[in-house]
Design a protein around this ligand. Sequence first.
Ligand SMILES: *Cc1c(COP(=O)(O)O)cnc(C)c1O
Length: 407
Amino acid sequence: MTEVFAGSFTAQEGIPEEGIAAAVALMRSGRLHRYTPPEDGGPDPVSAFESAFARFTGARHAVALSSGGAAMRLALMACGAGPGVPVLANAFTLAPVPGAIAALGARPVFVETDPDLTIAFDDLAAKTAASGARLLLLSHMRGHLADMDRLMALARDLGLTVIEDCAHTMGADWRGVPSGRHGAIACYSTQSYKHINSGEGGIATTDDDDLAARLILLSGSYMLYARHTAAPPPAAFAGLQLDVPNVSSRMDALRAAILSAQLPLLPDRVRRWNALYGVVEAGLRACPQIETIPRPQGEGFVGSSIQFRLPGRDPASIERFLARCLARGVELKWFGCDAPQGFTSRVDHWRFADPPPLPRTEGALATLIDMRLSLTFSARDAAQIARIVADEAARDGAAPPVARAAD
Ligand SMILES: *Cc1c(COP(=O)(O)O)cnc(C)c1O
């Protein structure tokens, strides 16, 4: 009998009771807007979350926002991106990354992807020279960190300001430095499929007083920016507050309250995710038809998803593999798929950004499979999932091109 996984790949853990209680109290009070002062006169829940998050990462300033995409858009604006301005970005990323650039009328300049799924340094240098770009929106896509020491040295040489997209690296680190602490601004997402869950939401961090003031004004602080606790002194706002537009992207108290209850759990979540990742990775590695993605020594990653390749497989055989895994309860995504599906799309699908041919990225993604790891999985679940995937990968060896034509 073939085993079938009975769990759910989209399952979420519940909100901690403490967060539920805080949210219920806020709803009873009706004080949901971040600038409604709390009855007890203490810091408002959004400022409290910002201060806690700043402490967690070691950043001086933090601004909670309506989404990770909004964080990237505001970060780009704070760094001077606007109509026609070239912005470098990984070609392997999620659609809201080029979307944040396109929303400003700026021009995404896509940089190729190495086989380890990180940005190609040689192409970064080439595309910087060719475009004259001064900004890099660096996406740690699916949690894969480039060598951040080398990357920042290269960025300095190239005169690039780096904005980090840490949607998949909240809680990760590079050689002990928390992800998001290398660039000028870091952008995190708190939507449900990331590492802490407020449905939708985001947060941006920076050490720079001027950038922090700009982010806060852009977020839509009206003239209430002095209420922020993880913010620079009022002097940083002087001279800016009449020039920076309000693009209304605030976080509300309810989301901040449920996030504050989850933040202390993050280190334990990282440990649990990495334990599941280890089990799945070991199971997949035992299958000769599967190639896992090597993780560099300095990378402290968060195994909230796992990627692997089926080298030599043609598209039809990958489609069959995915369908058979799904029939056995294992939901996988394929980055090489010609049509965008669900959350998964690829650089050549972003017609709004007019991408050039990116053959190295295409090669890196052609047989790349993605699996979300839910914290609701047990170690037994993880082992079973890996057995099913390995079993199905072994079942259908590389189909020769002639066989595909005859399909
Ligand atoms: C989810 C995600 C974002 C954007 O986050 P939202 O909160 O959904 O706007 C940005 N980059 C990557 C790589 C993501 O996965």
